[in-house]
Design a protein around this ligand. Structure first.
Ligand code: HDD
Length: 723
């Protein structure tokens, strides 16, 4: 490194452009120097002094006062007192993971971004999933938008794709962001509710903000209670630009699609999990990565020629609109794989700083006023949250390429830059570091032609707030529609001011009359007398989660209820088949420890009944064994488990005497009583049961098919089941 310009600092000298992370290892190696595990080392103070005693403060006599000169005591306590940094104003609760991204084929025709050219190149990434409303300690499964923020450590610098799991937003102009956030956050006088949109101030704001109606439809849908971070889509939301080496630009919208399919919880489940395991999504992500079941997401793009900018019946710059996939297909361009958990939640997941302004050559902005405002807000927020302008030097935020410029000093400056030159132009250091021309990798903004008068108003082309809300409603399957109405009943049910509920029903009536009528019924306000608008009747199949489901049980959690005296052949065969298909199985019994089969074999209990519940599983299987099932029959918890799984439309399997537990539960509408001893497998409404099991593998196959459906919505009887 020449001594005149700034160095990369921190041991990075000489790494230069060849740091391009061909195999995804470079970033890891780069960060490795910051990782430490001091096991087996001596305890020291922060100035490097070996500490000889840390369990008692220095006192004048055994019972005397603590002495001022106890520098170790003061350093330890002071550091502790300063351990917290401000949590994010929004998206405070998050979970992170490392991984890599690989493009499928060179995209030079569309973008000059170097990380999108070479299919053999693995670009390291750090992803942070989050909820929006709750504070850092809030529950994972609340109804909310989920953040899906990806930092790509590319050879051109970092590219941050800071998206959500919903493709549109509440507002069209960033100047309203503080308003929507203040409205949805806990109410300021009493700080309630902790992490929920179900309260007066949020719905008051929404009822006066019709532009939010498309987003509201998504927020009330099952998308807002995902089954797992591994099973939700992600969207860049805004129109961005791809620009190729010839300077040709196209609009681009980014989509992430999970390879496991898009799945959701049901509302009752989400509410209960928030109590039973508030870390449900965080744990699910962590455990999947620990067991090598790496979450994967395909990145897709919708590309629109600049010439086609005005071809749509909405404005491409309006973040409350999607481009339906039937109009512009999503083209898959690459895959993200998450294969490593962070070592330190604070250092990585908490300190990671995303910024929509972190772009690389080949990726540019549009004039979407929401995006433009974000370009200001993210940098501003990091300055406060991470304590100054050097936050990009924090290991998780550092690019894998050298950073050299004339910016100096500030809180927590880690670099020791040699030389006296910190300005440009300069002759003393041959004018270095010098700007890079475009062909040398310098970022050149797309030269979009812009002209106009200064106005503080919304474009008329942003004026239609309802057509796409109606499109969304029309595209849902019947169960999804029922869930949306139920969600509205929950949300508005918690709104005390009747006039807010009335205003909301009026807005829903502009989406669809039937929708408004159904919502009004549960919200305790009169149904609208007539339609405010005629439903345009259009739909977009890609909007229904039913059409994005993948028929696999990979990564699903299956509960096996058993006690002493279980039938070993059945349990082991079915468990092995489920595991072979990629599922995670847990034997659940009253207490931890081994349980013994009727033949004397033992199996280890994975979870005791008190720590878990059907809500934390995707399916349940009850093996036979008379003593085991007789014990379960005496336990209300076991019957409740089956009832609740039934109510939540999950697959249920039983073999041998296990069928008795289903018969003694409140499951109705399944012809279990017809079962003779002829070994027939009954498959009805997602319940798979057989008295005699000559071929447990064949039985397991039927059960796997049922679980792969995710839920069986045909259970009309579920409402009668007490659970
Ligand atoms: Fe934002 C965080 C996504 C609009 C201002 N936002 C934040 C995060 C995500 C999003 C995923 C968490 C990043 C992380 O994990 O650290 N935000 C979005 C999307 C939006 C959006 C998809 C609309 C399309 N946001 C938006 C607007 C503004 C902000 C209009 C302000 C004008 N967002 C912020 C912020 C946060 C943030 C206050 C809080 C913490 C942070 O940035 O780092 O600056």
């Amino acid at each position: 490194m020449n001594g005149d310009g700034s160095t990369g600092g921190q041991g990075r000298d000489g790494q230069g452009d060849d740091l391009a992370s061909k195999d995804g290892q470079s970033k890891n190696a780069d960060l490795a120097q910051f990782r430490e595990s001091p096991q087996g080392e001596f305890l020291t103070s922060n100035h490097g002094l070996r500490i000889n005693h840390t369990d008692d403060s220095l006192k004048a006599g055994d019972r005397g006062p603590t002495l001022m000169e106890d520098f170790h005591f003061r350093e330890k306590l002071t550091h502790f007192d300063h351990e917290r940094i401000p949590e994010r104003v929004v998206h405070a609760r998050g979970s992170g993971a490392h991984g890599y991204f690989q493009v499928y084929e060179p995209l030079a025709e569309y973008t000059r971004a170097r990380f999108l050219q070479d299919p053999s190149q693995k670009t390291p990434v750090f992803v942070r999933f989050s909820t929006v409303v709750g504070s850092r300690g809030s529950a994972d499964t609340v109804r909310d938008v989920r953040g899906f923020a990806v930092k790509f450590y590319t050879e051109d610098g970092n590219f941050d794709l800071v998206g959500n799991n919903i493709p549109v937003f509440f507002i069209q102009d960033a100047i309203k962001f503080p308003d929507v956030v203040h409205a949805i956050k806990p109410e300021p006088h009493h700080e309630m509710p902790g992490a929920s949109s179900a309260h007066d101030t949020f719905w008051d704001f929404i009822s006066l903000t019709p532009e939010s109606m498309h987003m509201i439809m998504w927020l009330l849908s099952d998308r807002a209670i995902p089954r797992s971070y591994r099973m939700m889509q992600g969207f860049g939301v805004h129109s961005f630009r791809f620009v190729n080496a010839q300077g040709k630009a196209r609009f681009v919208k980014f989509h992430w699609k999970p390879l496991l399919g898009t799945h959701a919880l049901v509302l009752d489940e989400a509410l209960k999990i928030a109590g039973k395991d508030p870390d449900f999504h965080r744990r699910d992500l962590w455990e999947a990565i620990e067991r090598g079941d790496y979450p994967e997401f395909e990145l897709g793009v919708q590309l629109v020629e600049e010439a086609d900018e005005f071809k749509f019946d909405f404005d491409l710059l309006d973040a409350t609109k999607i481009i339906p996939e039937e109009v512009v297909p999503v083209r898959p361009i690459g895959k993200l794989t998450l294969d490593r958990n962070p070592d330190s939640f604070f250092a990585e997941t908490e300190q990671v700083a995303f910024h929509v302004g972190h772009v690389v050559p080949g990726i540019d902005f549009s004039n979407d006023p929401l995006l433009q405002g974000r370009l200001f807000s993210y940098l501003d927020t990091q300055l406060l949250r991470l304590g100054g302008p050097n936050f990009q030097q924090i290991p998780i935020n550092r690019p894998v390429v050298p950073v050299r410029n004339n910016q100096r000093d500030g809180f927590h400056q880690h670099k020791i830059v040699k030389g006296r030159v910190a300005y440009s132009p300069n002759a003393l250091a041959s004018n270095s570091p010098m700007p890079a021309a475009e062909e040398q990798g310098g970022y050149v903004h797309y030269a979009e032609k812009v002209e106009g008068r200064k106005v503080r108003r919304r474009s008329e082309s942003f004026g239609d707030h309802f057509s796409q809300a109606t499109l969304f409603w029309n595209s849902l399957s019947l169960p999804e529609k029922e869930h949306l109405v139920e969600a509205a009943h929950f949300e508005l049910g918690k709104v005390e001011a009747r006039e807010i509920r009335m205003r909301m029903v009026e807005l829903f009536n502009r989406v669809d009359h039937q929708l408004a009528t159904l919502i009004a019924e549960g919200a305790g306000v009169p149904a609208p007398t007539g339609s405010a608008v005629k439903n345009h009747g259009r739909s977009s199949p890609g909007l229904s989660m039913e059409n994005t489901a993948k028929r696999t049980i990979k990564g699903r959690r299956i509960a096996i209820l058993a006690g002493d005296g279980y039938n070993s052949a059945e349990l082991l065969a079915v468990r092995a088949a489920l595991q072979a298909a990629g599922a995670v199985t847990h034997v659940i019994s009253k207490f931890l420890g081994p349980i013994k089969s009727s033949g004397g074999e033992a199996v280890e209990v994975d979870k005791s009944a008190i720590t878990t519940g059907s809500i934390m599983y995707d399916a349940v299987y009850v093996p036979g064994g008379k003593a085991s099932v007789d014990t379960l029959l005496l336990q209300g918890d076991a019957r409740h488990f089956v009832n609740e799984a039934f109510k939540h439309c999950k697959a249920i399997g039983a073999t041998g005497e296990g069928v008795n537990l289903l018969l003694q539960s409140d499951i109705t509408g399944v012809p279990l009583a017809d079962q003779g001893s002829d070994g027939r497998v009954i498959v009805a409404k997602g319940v798979v049961a057989a008295r005699e099991v000559s071929n447990p593998q064949a039985f397991a196959q039927r059960l796997i098919e049922a679980i792969a459906q995710h839920r069986d919505w045909s259970r009309a009887e579920k409402v009668q089941v007490p659970a």
